[in-house]
Ligand binder design. Structure first.
Ligand code: EPZ
Length: 431
């Protein structure tokens, strides 16, 4: 199994190019099957989650070409099945977007339910509520979610909980329902808006994405489009936190600064200097960092996907910080690993109390999930000495070329498989 070997203690400097948003890509790739016309999607990140989804779509007859690494051309005119069997699909949460997409287009879908998740229980009751309100029969059978309808009819849905996934799924199904659907209390994340823009570019009639209420007039068919996915807010935020953790100076390029405001505000609050440009943000973290309080919230609040990275930074800030996780119930699993690196973090229920330390020290640790894995890599780059991070496949689910991009910023990081690789890495760093 590959690991990251990292020798820390070096401030990161330079520029890094941010890729397309993974979570937008997953929704948009799924939605692309809703037309029989050819679709071209640009700025698709080349990460495990998107690649698994594309493979599963190929297995039901979608023709996929990748003329360039980040461009996907899809032709869904020959889909021959609404049943996704792919075992791998259980491993990616977004597999359930195929339910909304196939149900909308073919009025039937059967997709394996995502398995257990490392960040806590991830219910799907709001998805089911939405599909049922549109007139579908929904059941869970042999580990799969099965949804079917003679006809989907527009309706008024009030979501009991703000859910990114349910908003996306219901929006897709309602796009091809007859009549008008109003969905209230929806998620406002940038990728919800990106999906609505993508569907509209195929001829859908969706208004209000980015506000609390989405209004959809169903259409009979969708058509061809060429669409570019938005930059990844969380990848950008992770590199911003890398600057803060290592006391560096990083410019993240190809971003939408507006999407980063919740992250920018917190970094400024703790003492980082931030410079915003049209499509770039520079973070300078030369001054001592101070403590703060952070609570994760749906967008435009502080993202749960940035919570571990923020905690890593606050672990190096003067004073006591409090981080409250209000979206998922098990997102502090990495705290034990961070403590092994010398952090002072105490977790009580959904709150972490963090007393800043001067520096972390390298250790052998493992990535418990995607964002926590990335956060631990940031801790390793700030730490004194060598860190080995195991289970980096979690990180590779959502960060493209993570180690390469970090090396471009001066990080001493390498992917190692064998003892020989590790010895070679140590030798190269020492010489
Ligand atoms: C999306 O997950 C993202 N995944 C997550 O990113 C992200 O952490 C999350 O939104 C919150 O921003 C994708 O976009 C593929 P939710 P999702 O439905 O849609 C509860 C990453 O690291 N809930 O907004 O699954 C749920 O249990 C990943 O990139 C219900 O109760 O999140 C949770 O507590 C991890 N019933 C809360 O709502 C439901 O039917 C928010 O979940 C649905 C959700």
């Amino acid at each position: 199994m590959e690991k990251y070997a990292i020798i820390g203690g070096h401030p990161l400097h330079g520029e890094v190019e941010i890729g397309g948003a993974k979570n937008a890509a997953l929704a948009i790739l799924a939605a692309a099957v809703m037309t029989d016309d050819p679709v071209t999607i640009e700025n698709v990140p080349d990460v495990m989650d998107t690649n698994v989804l594309l493979q599963a779509m190929e297995r039901i007859g979608v023709k996929i070409e990748r003329p360039e690494r980040h461009t996907v051309k899809m032709d869904s005119s020959d889909i021959y099945d609404c049943i996704i069997k792919d075992e791998y699909m259980k491993k990616i949460r977004a597999s359930y977007y195929m339910v909304g997409a196939l149900l909308g287009k073919y009025k039937r879908a059967e997709v394996p339910l995502p398995g257990g998740c490392n960040i806590g229980i991830r219910a799907i009751d709001q998805h089911i509520k939405g599909f049922k309100a549109l007139g579908a029969k929904v059941s869970v059978s042999h580990g799969s979610i099965v949804a079917e309808a003679k006809e989907l009819r527009g309706t008024h849905i009030f979501m009991d909980k703000v859910s990114v996934g349910a908003t996306i799924n219901i929006m897709m199904a309602a796009t091809m329902a007859t009549g008008k659907t109003i969905i209230e209390n929806v998620a406002k994340e940038p990728h919800v808006v990106d999906l609505a823009n993508f569907l509209n570019s195929m001829g859908a009639n969706i208004k209000g994405a980015g506000t609390d209420v989405i209004r959809i007039k169903g259409v009979e068919r969708l058509h061809s489009t060429v669409y570019t996915i938005i930059p990844d807010q969380i990848e950008a935020g992770t590199f911003m936190m890398a600057a803060a953790a290592t006391r560096g100076d990083i410019t993240v390029r190809n971003v939408i600064p507006k999407h980063l405001e919740c992250i920018t505000a917190k970094l400024q609050e703790i003492g980082c200097r931030i410079y915003e440009y049209d499509d770039a943000v520079r973070i300078v973290a030369k001054d001592p960092l101070s403590s703060t309080q952070v609570k994760t919230l749906p967008y435009p609040g502080f993202p749960t996907d940035m919570q571990p990275q923020m905690t890593v930074v606050l672990g190096l800030a003067q004073g006591t910080s409090i981080v409250t996780e209000s979206i998922f119930d098990n997102r502090f699993k990495y705290a034990d690993e961070l403590v092994r690196m010398g952090a002072q973090v105490k977790v009580e229920s959904n709150t972490a109390i963090i007393t800043g330390v001067e520096r972390y020290s390298g250790a052998t640790i493992s990535a418990p999930d995607l964002r926590a894995g990335a956060a631990l890599a940031l801790a390793a780059m700030a730490a004194e000495g060598e860190t080995l991070i195991e289970d980096i496949h979690y990180i590779e689910r959502g960060y493209e070329d993570f180690d390469t991009k970090l090396r471009g910023l001066g990080a001493k990081i390498s992917k190692v498989k064998t003892e020989r690789d590790l010895t070679k890495f140590r030798f190269q760093i020492a010489n």
